[in-house]
Every structure is written in C-alpha cells, then in structure tokens.
Design a protein around this ligand. Structure first.
Ligand SMILES: Cc1cc2nc3c(=O)[nH]c(=O)nc-3n(C[C@H](O)[C@H](O)[C@H](O)COP(=O)(O)OP(=O)(O)OC[C@H]3O[C@@H](n4cnc5c(N)ncnc54)[C@H](O)[C@@H]3O)c2cc1C
Length: 495
C-alpha cells in the first residue's frame, strides 16, 4: 500500500505560519513520528487548527522511514510492520493540509519553545473567545537555515528518542553502527552495513534488526543480547495481555531460525577488532550485573556490528521549559505525564517515546489521547485501556533490558568514551578516583567529555555510569546548533 507524498509540502515549502505575529495555531505539534502525526490528524479532525513541525523531510519519524525517492522503491511498506496504520494517518494529513486545517512544516528543526508574554489575542474575529497564544516555537528551516517562529495556544512535544550507546574497545572502527542506525540504513537507504553483521546490545529492537538484515540478504552470525530472557518470567501477566506483541516476537524468532541466526543471551560484544574496519568481535558471557566472566571470551569474524542498548527519550525542548521527569523502568529519564498526556507545565503536552520508551503502537495511541485532551473532548476509554496494556508491556521490557552496572568492566582505559572530544575512559576514571568527581557534570568539566558536537547525546550514559550515577535528563538550552544571527534575532520578550 504505497502512499504518494507528492501533495505534501517538501522541506523548502514556504512557512505560512512563520512569523510570531501570525494567527496562532490552536496546537503546535513538534515531531511527525507516530505520536505527533497521530496527534496532529486527530486534533484536526476534532476541529483544532494545527501546525505540525518536523526536522525530517517526510512524516513517519524513526519508525516509518521512507527510501529516498531516487531509489525508486516500489514497496517501502515491505520493510515495515504496521504500515497500514501509518498510511491511514498520512492520508489524513494530506487531506487536512489541503483543507488548511493542518499546516505541515517538514524540514523545520525547533530549537527552542518560549512562553509568550504578550496577552494580545491575534485570533480572527470568529475565534475571539479562544485563549491567546501562550507559546512561540522557534525553528530553523531548510539548508539556508531560515528563521521560523510559530505562535500557538498549546504545544505537544512528540520528539521521540535516540539510541543508547554503551562504548567498548573498538567501537569507533568503521563498520560499527547503531542497531537502529542499521535499520534506518536499510529502510531509508536500502543498503546493508556489511555482508556479515553481528547484532549486539540489548532490547527487542535487536531481533527486529537481525530479522530485517537477514531477510535483506546479510549473514548474521549471532544476535548477542546482554540480558537474560528468563527476566521476563515475573512479567508474564503483562506479556499475556499483549498477544499481538508476543506474536510479533515469535515472527522475529521464526525469521532468525529460518536464517540460521544464533541467539546468545547474557553475552556482550566486549571488543571489536580490525585495522581499517571491523574484522571480528570478541563476545563474552556476562554475570547478572553484566560483568564479563573471565575465560568466556571468543572471537566471531564479521565485517560489521550493529549495536544498541535501547533508546533514550529526547527531552531537551521539554526540560528547557521546566517539564518534570521521572526515572523509567529501563533507567532512562522520561517525562512525567498525567493521564491526559499533560506535562507538569500547563499548556505543554507530550506523547510517544518522550514519556518513556515503548514503541510505535503506544506512540500512536498516546498522540490520539493527547489530541482529545487538548481539544477538551473526553478521551475514549478504549484508547486509555490500550495505552495501559502497551505501557505495562513496555515497562516489563525496560526492566529486563536495563543495563547492569558491571558493563563498564568491558571498557579499557584507552577506550574513547566521548568520541567528539576524544576522551578515553581512563581520563574519566582518573577524574573520579584522583580528582574527586562525584557526578557526570564534574567529570565533564574536568575532562571535556560531552562538550563536543553531540553535546553528550552519545557518551552521556557512559560518563554518568563511570561517575557512579544515573544519567540525568537532557538539559541543553538549544536542541540543535543554531546560527548566531537567529539567536540575536530573538525578540527580548521571548528571551
Ligand atoms: C534509530 C532508530 C531506529 C528505530 N528502529 C525501529 C525499528 O526498526 N522497529 C521498531 O519497532 N522501532 C524502532 N525504533 C523505535 C521507534 O522508532 C519508536 O518506537 C517510535 O518511532 C516512537 O514514535 P515517536 O513518535 O514517539 O517518535 P519518533 O518516531 O522518534 O518521532 C520523533 C520525530 O520528532 C522529530 N523531532 C525531534 N526533535 C525535533 C525538533 N527539535 N524539531 C523538530 N522535529 C523534531 C524527529 O525528526 C522525528 O520525526 C527505532 C528508533 C530509533 C531512534
């Protein structure tokens, strides 16, 4: 069921809602992944005027990725499950965009959201009883980095997540890619990261990635999972309430069997070997805390490693606004949301993986719940039940795959932890043991770990673990690099 994007605006589309004095949207949604897309089309159906901004060029987010048009893929849906759910919402987006109910702004990266002081309502006469715009979203658009400002009465943050990487010796070699990154290469670029790919890390994404790679023609010598599946036993009730999820797992398991892929649980890739690129990995058995057990190491030849230890909610816009966070079952910091998907800041809502890693299906459900709540409509009970069921399943998975503390045992002192600033583990250990750093912030100040281009997105979990604490929620004043001229252009009231 391929869908044509031709009547959706491209990234260079003029921003109709691009000025702070424009008529405010009833709702501005940041992120056109499953959560934001579902929220935008549901809110439009319920009568709201919506502006949907997304850094990407096509709707779908991290899950529903599209091959580049020049690749001429005829059946992009073949690499996805649940494509029909996306296609229906993309159709709705097109219809609402055509009718003017949704302003869709692809290629717009929102770098900050600020409270608007001016009490003036700029809404058209017919909408005069509506509340004035409370927020202005500032985005940078297109390759020319145009400044765009979107005023809105309410904001929904659906900014998703990024991959959690735990470093190991050799992880900077060419051929080592993120597990989600390998999936993205396949879905968006129709390319494989290598011919013989070891898939490693922890979490259900590994099975999906291994299945996709094997089906696309790669040899997968092993899936190396750090957790033990016996950890699911206490979660049996939550599992049984989600038969569709169990069936999905069985499909992945079947694909691995068919392709002769070995599944090694409670094992980790503790080193990648090679000169110009990966040639082999060392795999070791782990104890219950993820410490490599002496004498269990063995080599597996390969030319690529797809490695990921789950996902981390992407929170900087929300934490910049002061939204409260909570510690999720998988150890990450997620937004603290109420039953209506409200954050702790009135007027700011959130849905999907910002509220905890759970997958595309709950993201769709939560987007719809949030849209009902913003529109002041009762939330259908069926949606509430589905969210509870899917979230219980996600929490069970999160507990099983939460990294054990012993994983830092596979870091050598010369292993680069912060790739941007080239800070090895030994320097961070030294900052802790010799200089008295007791938290990641001090370790960062002493070593520069986390001060580079990615601003700690990659090394954050590792630096925190080496400093002996859990990773703090993302706190970055800007969610992406912004030209100084845009910063200088912010009106004082917004600053
Ligand atoms: C690399 C990667 C690969 C994955 N692969 C799979 C897979 O194969 N199978 C699977 O089941 N799950 C996969 N997942 C998980 C899955 O993508 C999520 O469960 C699901 O997409 C969550 O939906 P969401 O709407 O919350 O967030 P997302 O789908 O992540 O959507 C967030 C959207 O917000 C946009 N955004 C973020 N910040 C800004 C900003 N400041 N301004 C403007 N736009 C912004 C992004 O461009 C994105 O489109 C993957 C996740 C990642 C990170």
């Amino acid at each position: 069921m391929p869908t044509s994007p031709s009547d959706l605006p491209g990234p260079g589309a003029p921003a109709a809602a691009g000025r702070p004095d424009a008529a405010p949207a009833d709702l501005a949604v940041v992120g056109a992944g499953p959560a934001g897309l579902a929220a935008a089309v549901t809110a439009a159906r319920l009568g709201l005027r919506v502006t949907l901004l997304d850094a990407g060029e096509r709707p779908g987010g991290q899950f529903y990725r599209h091959p580049a048009p020049q690749l001429g893929a005829e059946r992009p849906e073949a690499l996805h499950h649940g494509w029909a759910a996306f296609a229906a919402r993309e159709r709705a987006l097109r219809a609402h965009t055509a009718s003017g109910r949704v302003t869709y702004l692809p290629g717009h990266h929102v770098w900050t959201v600020v409270r608007r002081d001016a009490p003036q309502d700029t809404a058209p006469a017919g909408a005069a009883r509506r509340a004035p715009a409370a927020w202005v979203l500032h985005a940078v658009a297109g390759p020319e980095e145009r400044a765009v400002a979107v005023p809105a009465r309410a904001v929904l943050l659906a900014t998703g997540s990024y991959e959690r990487q735990l470093p190991f010796p050799g992880w900077t070699l060419p051929g080592v890619v993120g597990a989600g990154g390998a999936q993205a290469m396949l879905k968006a670029g129709l390319v494989l990261p290598g011919r013989r790919v070891v898939v490693a890390g922890s979490g259900p994404l590994l099975l999906a990635v291994a299945g996709s790679l094997a089906s696309a023609g790669a040899r997968v010598p092993a899936v190396v999972e750090a957790a033990a599946y016996t950890g699911y036993a206490p979660a049996l009730p939550a599992l049984l309430r989600n038969p569709a999820k169990l069936a999905e797992g069985a499909v992945y398991g079947g694909a691995l069997l068919r392709h002769g892929v070995r599944l090694l649980t409670r094992h980790a890739v503790t080193e990648a070997h090679g000169t110009d690129r990966v040639e082999a990995v060392t795999v070791a058995r782990l104890d219950a805390d993820w410490r490599p057990l002496p004498g269990t190491a063995r080599r597996i030849p390969c030319d690529a490693v797809a490695v990921g230890h789950g996902l981390v909610p992407q929170l900087e816009l929300a934490t910049g606004l002061g939204c409260a966070t909570r510690r999720a079952a998988d150890g990450t910091a997620a937004l603290d949301l109420d039953a209506l998907q409200r954050t702790s800041v009135p007027g700011i809502w959130s849905a999907g993986e910002t509220g905890g890693i759970a997958g595309a299906e709950p993201a769709l459900v939560e987007g719809e719940i949030a849209a009902h709540a913003v529109a002041g409509r009762p939330v259908p009970a069926a949606l509430v039940r589905r969210r509870a069921r899917l979230r219980a399943f996600a929490d069970a998975m999160g507990r099983v795959h939460r990294p054990g503390e012993g994983w830092t045992g596979w870091l050598r002192d010369d292993t680069d932890v912060c790739r941007c600033e080239e800070v090895p583990a030994g320097r961070i250990r030294e900052a802790v043991s010799d200089l008295g750093a007791r938290d990641a912030r001090t370790a960062k100040l002493l070593t520069r770990a986390g001060m580079g281009w990615c601003q700690g997105r990659m090394c954050g979990p590792a630096v925190a673990a080496l400093a002996g604490e859990e990773q703090a929620p993302d706190r970055r004043p800007l969610s992406c690099p912004v030209p100084l001229r845009l910063l200088a252009g912010l009106p004082p009231a917004d600053g």
